[in-house]
Design a binder for this molecule. Structure first.
Ligand code: GLV
Ligand code: MN
Ligand code: MN
Length: 436
């Protein structure tokens, strides 16, 4: 049994006979990251790079889930699957108190890399393996978890599993979501064997912590080794259905057309102009990620288009103003073009601020380890944003390479960065799990 030295505040300072801080096994962490990346691996035709395609609730996701669940079990965790397919592994504490949870996701976008989400889940697993190796018993239980369909790339809304667990999305609404082919979340959960029986609402833990790759250029540009995440910016997703008129491409005069494809293009141009104008601040982002023209043939004016809008802004007021401009633009465009525009909001979350206490614990451990670090706001959405509604929550970012590219097979964080991040996760979790 390893001695755990605590400060008067109960803070875990050092573990181990020589007084060295407890550290994870970096090789084991990285080999788990690479082993999980084999599932759903694909070769990008253009670059030859190997990426990850583990869209939520597909066979590849099932394979990933089974592998990670097996690792949870092998680490001696008490595993439970809830009714929305979230998987938790519990390591008992010395006292029957609320646990500390560390988690993230293992689903990916179709053009994903191996770090987004997976690093956080596997680093949390590595924390458990390390505590097991060293015989450390924490005061509070520790739970590690992966949440269903964080990406939203298949069923159209993001943070699905954690949003259900933390109460933002009702279970029935989650079950009823469909993918492009019309299959529901509930049916897919049942098909892949992850329609669990445990209550989907999680009891508020003492704290929630998530390690994640930054997915942007900020830390690397600043030469920083770690980011202490202050929160997540506001997110607004829309699905637009544009209905005009199918027509012959050769014979229909330009003046007689109601071209839904042209309207989609004009919306996209306006989004770009809004985001680059500075009207909504320098951090405004706007993307039309999905465009589906019907019938999608060379010689037919598209009579119908389904397309999506993804808006991000660090300030709620600026987001509201951008949404209002877009609404007014769509109304005007519809009148001018004779193309009807139906708007469905598919995801909407306000700016989230993480707990100051958790941020200061993370920063303290980064400082103690001599790692350069700074506060950073997340550009991407994360499961942590849902937990922030029910408990003190924080996130640790590690820098990415190649301008921080993500949702791309090139996504990468160095082995050193992954190990630094996992060590700070370990020490943060130990401190929180020892807290009153
Ligand atoms: C999740 O990857 C997001 O879209 O922010
Ligand atoms: Mn992610
Ligand atoms: Mn992602």
């Amino acid at each position: 049994m390893i001695a755990v030295t605590t400060s008067p505040r109960g803070r875990v300072l050092e573990v181990g006979a020589m007084g060295t801080p407890l550290a994870i096994n970096g090789e084991r962490l990285l080999s788990s990251v690479h082993a999980l990346a084999e599932l759903g691996a694909y070769v990008d035709e253009r670059t030859g790079l190997v990426g990850v395609n583990r869209l939520a609730l597909t066979d590849a996701d099932r394979a990933g889930r089974e592998r990670v669940k097996g690792w949870f079990e092998a680490a001696g965790l008490e595993v439970r699957v809830d009714r929305v397919g979230n998987v938790y592994g519990r390591r008992a504490g010395a006292e029957a108190l609320a646990p500390v949870i560390a988690g993230s996701h293992i689903d990916s976008v179709p053009t994903g890399g191996r770090y987004d989400g997976a690093l956080g889940v596997l680093a949390a697993l590595e924390v458990v393996r390390t505590l097991n190796d060293r015989g450390v018993t924490t005061r509070r239980p520790l739970e590690i978890a992966f949440f269903t369909d964080e990406e939203g790339a298949r069923f159209g809304t993001d943070m699905l599993g954690s949003a259900v667990a933390c109460g933002r999305i009702p279970l029935a609404d989650a079950y009823a979501l469909t993918d492009e082919t019309g299959v529901t979340v509930r049916d897919e959960l049942a098909r892949i064997g992850f329609l669990g029986e445990h209550d989907e609402r999680v009891s508020p833990p003492r704290a929630y912590v998530e390690l994640h790759i930054e997915q942007g250029p900020v830390l690397a540009d600043a030469g920083l080794e770690l980011g202490v995440v202050t929160g997540v910016q506001a997110i607004s997703w829309l699905e637009l259905t544009l209905v005009g008129k199918f027509a012959h491409a050769g014979t229909t005069p330009m003046t007689l057309r109601r071209d839904a494809g042209l309207v989609a293009a004009r919306v996209n141009v306006r989004l770009h102009e809004m985001a680059t104008s500075g009207r909504y601040g320098a951090q405004m982002r706007a993307t039309m990620g999905r465009v589906k023209p019907v019938p999608n043939r060379v010689n037919i004016v598209p009579g119908r288009v389904i397309c999506t809008v993804d808006l991000r802004n660090p300030e709620d007021d600026a987001m509201a103003a951008a949404e209002a401009e877009l609404t007014a633009f769509l109304e005007e465009l519809s009148k001018q073009s004779g193309v009807s525009i139906a708007v469905k909001q598919t995801a909407k979350t306000a700016r989230v601020r993480f707990d100051a206490g958790v941020q200061s614990i993370i920063a303290g451990h980064a400082r103690a380890a001599g790692l350069s670090h700074a506060p950073i706001q997340s550009g991407a959405g994360h499961d942590a944003q849902e937990f922030a509604a029910i408990c003190p929550t924080g996130m640790i970012f590690v820098p990415g390479e190649f301008d921080g590219i993500s949702h791309n097979p090139r996504e990468r964080s160095t082995p050193e960065s992954c190990i630094h991040g996992a060590n700070i996760l370990l020490r943060t979790l130990l401190e929180l799990a020892d807290a009153a």
